[in-house]
Design a protein around this ligand. Structure first.
Ligand SMILES: NC(=O)c1ccc[n+]([C@@H]2O[C@H](COP(=O)([O-])OP(=O)(O)OC[C@H]3O[C@@H](n4cnc5c(N)ncnc54)[C@H](O)[C@@H]3O)[C@@H](O)[C@H]2O)c1
Ligand SMILES: [Zn+2]
Length: 363
């Protein structure tokens, strides 16, 4: 079983292939990407490497590709200048030229770092994304955003660089820790809320299968999520407008991640809280049905995702929101739902209501 989702961006269009066992196809999939003598750089992290690097490398080499490998330490700290320099050094040492490509085998950390290296090395070479977390499959590997962190904050340096191909091998999810997997599901249900009420209902029906990582349920959920992200990005590649609906739940999520200290909450966990909050705000400001806010909360509970940030004060979270680089001046803007499948962006909300809804969040 395999599905392909095409991202339509004119001359930079590319296919996202989704299915179990695609990693073995990596070499063949890259054959027409570069001439046979052009070398490739495979980048992965030390957790992913132990499970999947040999298959990826073996497939590239079986297709006749000369391939160097860099293994970075797992974790957000690797999205930094030092690791970036390491990739440039490895690329030069392996003789990568303008016709070469880099392969990002891993989660969003590997994807963002490798993507930024590919965007900038020799002013840009081709990139192949091989996402191995659910979050990376449905979010970070699609859309072309790449970047690294600075000591002053997350994602402060970056570039748009669309991949030439995305291969999402569902078999790789078998080794993903449960907490990471469940956090990824938060981003999946987000697509239902922002774009597709039928998809939301399907995710409700499939919840047990999804929790069990059933391949059929996953294939359908990942493919629809990618289609939606691709549709949004296709209409707004550089975040001038529509792309902001992808930030549903994220205004609060980013503030929670920062206020709690990065790593306390996984991104998807903070997004779960942020979506619960945004749904409640939507009920109060846009007539979003309370019953649908409860459906969302119920789904998140069944995935055992958090709905509140215990122990964080409103003052701390609100202060963290003000320094978010995406908020205009100091007033945060919100993506809020009118109904399931229809979200508006750029909404302003009165300060007292923000605080009231925060205090009213329940488990
Ligand atoms: N570019 C974008 O549009 C975009 C969008 C969303 C998030 N991001 C970025 O993505 C990053 C988060 O990505 P993530 O959640 O994938 O985190 P991650 O890359 O840190 O991966 C999470 C953990 O799972 C491990 N792992 C990954 N795949 C595995 C597998 N198949 N088996 C076993 N272990 C595995 C990793 O080693 C890591 O420890 C953040 O840096 C965020 O800023 C980028
Ligand atoms: Zn997110």
């Amino acid at each position: 079983m395999e599905r392909t989702v095409q991202v339509e961006l004119g001359s930079r269009s590319y296919p996202i292939r989704i299915g179990a066992g695609l990693l073995e196809d990596l070499g063949a999939a890259c054959r027409t990407l570069a001439p046979p003598d052009a070398a490739a750089l495979l980048v992965t992290d030390d957790r992913v490497a132990s499970h999947w690097a040999a298959t990826a490398r073996g497939s590239l080499e079986a297709a006749g590709r000369r391939c160097a490998t860099v293994v970075i330490p797992a974790g957000e700290a690797s999205k930094c200048g030092a690791r970036l320099t390491e990739l440039y050094d490895a690329a030069l040492a392996a003789g990568l030229d303008r016709r070469s490509f880099m392969v990002a085998l891993g989660g969003g950390v590997v994807g963002d770092l490798t993507g930024y290296a590919a965007a900038t090395y020799l002013r840009g070479i081709a990139l192949v994304q091989v996402p191995t977390t659910l979050l990376a499959m449905v979010d970070s590997s699609v859309g072309g955003k790449t970047g690294i962190n600075l000591p002053q904050g997350k994602n402060l340096v970056g570039a748009f660089h669309q991949p030439a191909r995305v291969l999402a091998d569902l078999a790789t999810l078998a080794t993903l820790p449960d907490r990471e997997y469940r956090a990824g599901l938060a981003e999946v249900i987000k697509y239902g809320v922002i774009y597709d009420a039928d998809f939301f209902a399907r995710l409700e029906r499939d919840i047990a299968a999804l929790r069990a990582r059933d391949e059929t349920a996953l294939l359908s959920a990942v493919a629809r999520s990618c289609e939606i992200k691709a549709a949004v990005v296709g209409q707004d590649e550089r975040e001038g407008g529509l792309r902001a609906i992808l930030n549903f739940g994220h205004t609060l999520a980013h503030a929670i991640e920062q206020a709690a200290g990065y790593g306390t909450y996984l991104h998807g966990e903070a997004v779960a809280i942020g979506m619960h909050y945004a749904a409640r705000l939507s009920c109060r400001t846009r007539g979003f049905p309370a019953a649908d806010a409860e459906r969302l909360a119920g789904w998140l509970r069944r995935v055992e995702l958090p709905l509140t940030a215990k122990g964080l004060s409103w003052e701390t979270v609100r202060a963290a929101m003000a320094v978010d680089k995406k908020s205009a001046a100091r007033a945060p803007r919100w993506a809020l739902a009118d109904r399931l499948g229809a979200v508006a962006h750029g909404c302003a909300v009165l300060e007292p209501l923000l605080e009231e809804v925060w205090h009213g969040l329940d488990e």
